[in-house]
Design a protein around this ligand. Structure first.
Ligand code: SF4
Ligand code: SF4
Length: 94
């Protein structure tokens, strides 16, 4: 199975790891990943409190709005204070 790979400016191959999930349980809605992402991958959504929540406040969580726009740069994971993102290499589509 071949993976999607890129080249550095110096011509070295590297394998991007694309975002596949954001953990809504740990996300605090700080917006850092949204700001740092160079593509239009994320969106902030509101969640109504459920029975398990300590607070009655509506909370904001980051979601993946368009995974297909991710270039696998990894910036979102580097700025997230809660390690919410999961990344994986992607198989090259035929
Ligand atoms: S890996 Fe890069 S392009 Fe992909 S979602 Fe994270 S910041 Fe955006
Ligand atoms: S940086 Fe992390 S905690 Fe902040 S909004 Fe993004 S996923 Fe949520």
């Amino acid at each position: 199975m071949s993976l999607i790979t890129g080249l550095t400016r110096g011509g070295k191959a590297w394998t991007p790891a694309f975002v596949t999930a954001v953990n809504e349980e740990t996300c605090i809605g700080c917006g850092r990943c949204f700001k740092v992402c160079p593509r239009n991958v994320f969106d902030l959504e509101e969640r109504e409190p459920d029975d398990d929540d300590d607070s009655d406040d509506v909370r904001s969580v980051m979601v993946i709005a368009d995974a297909s726009d991710c270039i696998g740069c990894g910036s979102c994971a580097r700025v997230c204070p809660k390690n919410c993102h999961t990344h994986e290499p992607q198989a090259l589509l035929a």
